[in-house]
Design a protein around this ligand. Structure first.
Ligand code: SAM
Length: 243
């Protein structure tokens, strides 16, 4: 069948993928932040800091943080004075995010359940669109990129950070063995959910390499599409402009 898509290494219908991704994030929501620290040895914090340094949010700018989950990236941008809308398809992730925002005394963020493939925002609403470790989970990625382009104002910036496989041979081998053996085990012991973490590892392996994703960003209408790979492409910051 041609309309099947990958859920990790399995082929499923698009509806089934969206449903299962929802189940993964509902299952991990409460332990998501602790697991990120454990799995990356705290590195995700540095990657997110670097990402926000690239975005350079300015006071008063309207930024949509798509697939914003528990708010890590949104909080960093809000602290710089941007007006951030955090959107995610999963209400459980957003609920954890709202609790974290309250604990941190961060007010002024807007939270909205939205599917990145079909946004409920008017054309030309935002100055910036960010999506961090989110787009590989989206069923129809080209549709999400087109929506990102639509909701940005002219001159608006698109920024995405995502995992892929690394092309540094030695590092790729070490990472591959860590990811396929250790991460699902941490998931099993700490989050009592081996399957969700196996999906996360498989989805990283399947995400396009930086040059291929850069072409997808350009095909959605963005100009000056650029990719800044780190760790041989294991993590890449992508960007593009709407003119
Ligand atoms: N951006 C956050 C971060 O970096 O900590 C969360 C990333 S988390 C790995 C991926 C998020 O993508 C989840 O919260 C999930 O619900 C969300 N997601 C998956 N498919 C989506 C879709 N179609 N539209 C919006 N969000 C989606």
């Amino acid at each position: 069948m041609t309309d099947q898509v990958n859920f990790g290494d399995e082929l499923v219908s698009p509806e089934e993928k969206t449903r299962r991704v929802g189940a993964v994030f509902s299952s991990v929501a409460r332990r998501y932040d602790m697991m990120n620290d454990l799995m990356s040895g705290g590195m995700h914090r540095l990657w997110k800091d670097r990402f926000v340094n690239r975005v350079k949010p300015r006071p008063g700018e309207q930024i949509l943080d798509m697939a914003g989950g528990t708010g890590d990236v949104a909080f960093r941008m809000a602290r710089r004075g941007a007006q951030v809308t955090v959107s995610d398809i999963n209400a459980d992730m957003l609920e954890v995010g709202q609790e974290r925002a309250r604990t941190r005394g961060l007010t002024g963020l807007t939270w909205k359940v939205q599917n990145a493939e079909a946004l409920n925002f008017d054309d030309a609403t935002f100055d910036g669109y960010t999506i961090v470790f989110g787009i590989r989970n989206v069923t129809d990625i080209p549709a999400a990129l087109r929506e990102a382009h639509r909701v940005l104002k002219r001159g608006g910036r698109f920024f995405c950070m995502e995992f892929s496989s690394s092309d540094w041979p030695g590092f790729a081998r070490i990472y591959e063995s860590y990811a396929s053996r250790v991460i699902p085990r941490i998931g099993k012991v700490v989050a009592h959910d081996e399957e969700s973490y196996r999906y996360l590892v498989e989805s990283i392996r399947r995400f396009p390499r930086p040059e291929a994703f850069k072409r997808m960003v350009a095909e959605a209408g963005f100009v000056r599409a650029a990719a800044e790979p780190m760790l041989g492409g294991l993590v890449t910051i992508h960007s593009g402009w709407k003119i």
